[in-house]
Design a protein around this ligand. Sequence first.
Ligand code: ADP
Length: 474
Amino acid sequence: MFLKNLLRVRNTLAFRLTLWYAGIFTFSACVAFLVFYLMITSVLRDRTDQELLSQVSTFSSIFSAKGLEAVKRVALLESQAAGERKIFFRLLYPDGITFSSSNMSYWQNIRVGSSAIRMLLEGRLHVFETMTIRGRKHKIRIIYSIIGPGVILQLGRSMENQDRIIEAFRKIFMLIMAGLFLVAVLIGLFMARRALAGVAEISRTARRISGSALDKRVPVKSRGDEIDQLAITFNRMLDRIETLVTGIREMNDNIAHDLKSPLTRIRGIAEITLTTDADAGDYESMAAGVIEECDRLLDIINTMLVISRTEAGVEKLSPEKLDLAEVVRQAVELFRPIAEDKNITMSCRTPDTLPYCGDIRMLQRMIGNLVDNALKYTSSGGSVDLAIGRDKEQNIIITVKDSGIGIAPEDQSHIFNRFFRCDSSRSLDTSRSGAGLGLSLCRAIVNAHGGDITVDSTPGHGSTFSITLPKSSI
Ligand code: ADP
């Protein structure tokens, strides 16, 4: 269980971020401490060198003022005063032979450096050396210098004090590093958790969302950071899913409702014929009624299929060069007899030709639907006007304007949805009955051509449907 939890934590982003943070933090601290350490060791060594140099200059002065014997005396006194394990001296001839020294029993392993003597004889003023004696903890810093004619001084000093300081520094460094690492882990954990709190909130919301709780949204903190952007995108996606799911639910209801009516009618016709003393003529008219209702059902199902396939891009357009002005004129001529029957004036304004590249079958169906609606929802004595032309950007604009019953403002945003029918049209006579799929199909066709369809309507005064098709390349 513990191992499982550990593995789970190890895989979290917060854990990895914390490790990165702590790692980078500790590495930077190590680099800073290393620089500091090198500086300290260099400063301490310089200080030791300075002390050695000042002692050498003292001995030089004594030599020139009082001679060699005075130097021997003072050097002995100094080494005894400082401690014979702290400093030592040797007085050497230029060939490296010792002619006087302090008590060397503790320093017997220290030899005279022949290369140092050579360098002095070659003209160097002082030569420094650092030596390590096996089995001894502390190093020794040695200076060689010519303090008078034919007299070389070898002066050594234990670096015990310097080593102690550095040792103390190392201990403090280890302690501070351990503390810093702990602090870095805690800060890293805090920061990672804070930064990822939004992500956790999003995944919690995602878990809470089920088919029935699509209204849940992730709170946006208004900080404008990446997490906020993620939350906004996530919420937008949820909006879209909610709209889609609601749409699917509504459509299911509508399908059930719209398919139920023809099926009920089919059943009714058959039942009446069976329960009455029907003759051959009655059976004939039953068959005709059933065929009519079945056609209606098939039409609904086929239109739904075309809409879905066109919207999903499965129904491929068959674009061809065509004259859209001619398509509009043909639609007017096709519907003119119906308009005359209903005593509706039809007019049409088109340029001579309007070349376009599109799916003629689909475009004819779209214009036909709009004209059919215009005639359906306009009463006797009204008018239906079609127009086609180009706007300033050379896009094609088709308008179908009627003086019919109009559409209530609250319905205008819904009329392009599948199966939507305004209440006013549901209550109208059967000549105006429809499945509520016509405009939905129009929108799918226009969108498939890269265009847009809008409506402008005033109840009681009529409606104008406008289609904008992007300018064609031909
Ligand atoms: P329908 O088959 O019911 O006509 P549509 O999708 O073509 O389905 O239209 C949806 C609804 O929009 C119609 O039921 C009607 O209420 C309204 N509508 C469409 N065109 C017009 C119009 N020209 N005038 C008034 N209402 C219209």
